[in-house]
Structures are given as C-alpha cells and as structure tokens.
Write a protein that binds this ligand. Structure first.
Ligand SMILES: C[S@@+](CC[C@H](N)C(=O)[O-])C[C@H]1O[C@@H](n2cnc3c(N)ncnc32)[C@H](O)[C@@H]1O
Length: 284
C-alpha cells in the first residue's frame, strides 16, 4: 500500500518517541528531509505525495539508528552553525550552539579593524574559523588541529563557504603547528576540556560519537588552557586577545591561568543558559 510522505515521517516520529528520544518530532523531520532530499518547506507542503520506496527504506534505517542513540548530525554528516552548514566526519566534534558566542566575540573585536588576523586553535570542522571569515571579508586567519582528518574536513568547509583563500590550515599540536612567526589580533579556541575520568559518564551521544581527542582535557580538564595561556602571548600583537570556550565550572581556574600568564582585563562571559562559557584576556 502506498504511504504518503506525511505518514512516513510521522511513523518515524512515533518510533523515536517510543524509544524515549527527546525532540522526536524535530529529529524525525530532519531525517525525513535528508532521506528525501527536501528542505523543511518542501516536506510541509508535499506531505500528501507518495513516499518513494528508496527514500522510505533509507529513512527507516536512519530512524532505527537514531532510536539506538546516534545523533542526527552523525547520520546526516552535517551540522548548522552560525547560519552555515558544516560537513562533519568521525574526526570532528559536532559544533555546539553555545560555541557561537566565540564567533560573536571575534566579530565584535575584529569587525572595525582594517586587515585583522586571527588564529583558531583546534578548529575541528572549521566552524569557528570559517564563520569568522565568512562574516568579515577583510579578515585572514590560520586554523590548526592535531587531527589531519579534521583539517581536511575544515578545509572542505572553507571551500564550501568561499573563504578558502583567506584561511590557512596547519596540522600540529597547538602553537607548534605554526609554520612561521605569526602575530595575531585574536586567538580563539574551543579546546578539549572534559576531565579524563568524567568521559565514561557523559551522555552516550557524546561519549560514543564525538572523538576522544576533541573531549579529553586531561586529569583536571585544564591541560590545553595551561598551554594556550602560557604560550599565546608570543603570537599576539600588543592589545591582542586570547578567548577560549570553557566548561561551566572552569571560569575561575582558567581566569587564574590567564592572569598568571600576564593577561589583563580577564573576563568570564556567560552563555544564554547563564553558565560561564568564555574566558578572554588582553595581551599587554
Ligand atoms: C572541542 S573540539 C573543538 C572543535 C571545533 N573548534 C568546535 O568548536 O566545534 C577540540 C579540537 O581540538 C583538537 N585538538 C585536541 N588536542 C589538540 C592538540 N594537542 N593540538 C591541536 N589540536 C588539538 C581536536 O582534534 C578537536 O578538533
């Protein structure tokens, strides 16, 4: 018997709800759009059309994977961030909405400058660096990662969004990736910041599907911040800034590391949920 597109996606929604998936309706719609190759508007306006057999088979298999805990972004291999679609791979973190605050900070700081330069350390999918470049036509930047595969994806995303000619991608451990002596107006990073022994207790969607390299911040979660705070000054212009994403309970510890390293005007900023999310400081 022929099944309509509307009946198809609603059956998926009910399956996800029965499996206890939060946001079952949203996820079922996103997976239906992906399986059929529609956008949200097309799915809404063409619900009465017959569902193609191949799309139904694909959709049902995606719904079963989602029901077993695989995040939608891992199934579609894509995540929206700062109004842009980012391709993903198993080597990249799924960009999180709270990280968009780092892009806001960068745009506010660099927007008025003539030819600003920034560094995005641990770029992953490239979401931070590509979003900054896409919103500031005069900016140039360098994006690094320890993962070659993540860098490949980030470079693809830069091409996709037309900023590849203004971003350089370099492989290596934090500042050691830099190929020459650079001097930046801003260094941004969302480094791994989860304590090693907390990772096994994280939600399954994170623990099983985000790369460990993107999560593990060492015994106290602060390994990357120690290195970044201690070394960033060498790569910043006078009055340049270092700004990092932090875990909700790391504000004081990371601020102290910034102050010990000689940064001035150290500020902790909160996210929309009212949690500490960014620490920034100025290089004198
Ligand atoms: C939390 S993820 C952030 C990814 C991306 N910037 C974002 O916000 O979605 C941290 C990134 O740092 C990279 N990374 C981890 N350790 C690193 C190191 N020692 N040197 C350079 N990059 C590293 C990981 O591969 C990962 O892409």
């Amino acid at each position: 018997m022929a099944v309509t597109l509307g009946a198809m996606w609603r059956a998926g929604r009910d399956r996800l709800a029965a499996a206890g998936i939060e946001g079952a309706s949203r996820d079922a719609r996103l997976l239906a759009e992906f399986a059929i190759g529609f956008d949200a508007l097309q799915l809404s306006t063409r619900e009465r059309e017959e569902a193609p057999e191949q799309a139904t088979i694909l959709y049902n298999s995606l719904i079963e994977k989602r029901a077993s805990g695989m995040p939608v972004a891992r199934l579609t291999n894509e995540q929206w961030f700062y109004g842009l679609a980012f391709q993903l791979s198993p080597a990249t973190l799924v960009p999180r909405p709270e990280t968009e605050a780092l892009v806001d900070l960068a745009l506010a700081m660099l927007g008025a400058q003539e030819a600003p330069r920034f560094l995005d350390l641990g770029t992953g999918s490239g979401c931070i660096g590509v979003s900054i470049a896409a919103n500031l036509p005069r900016v140039t930047g360098v994006a690094t990662d320890l993962s070659v595969e993540a860098l490949r994806v980030a470079a693809d995303n830069a091409r996709r969004h037309g900023v590849a000619d203004r971003l350089k991608f370099l492989e290596g451990e934090w500042f050691r990736a830099l190929d020459e002596l650079h001097s930046f107006d801003l260094i941004v990073s969302n480094p791994p910041y989860i304590q090693s022994d907390v990772i096994t207790g994280l939600a399954r969607e994170v623990r099983e599907h985000d790369p460990l390299l993107a999560l593990d911040g060492g015994t106290d979660g602060l390994d990357a911040y120690r290195q970044l705070a201690a070394e960033a000054g060498r790569y910043l212009r006078p009055r340049g800034k270092l700004a990092v994403e932090i875990g909700f309970d790391q504000g004081e510890a990371v601020s102290a590391l910034f102050e010990e390293a000689g940064f001035a005007d150290v500020i902790i900023e909160k996210d929309l949920a009212g949690l500490d999310r960014i620490v920034s400081g100025k290089h004198l």
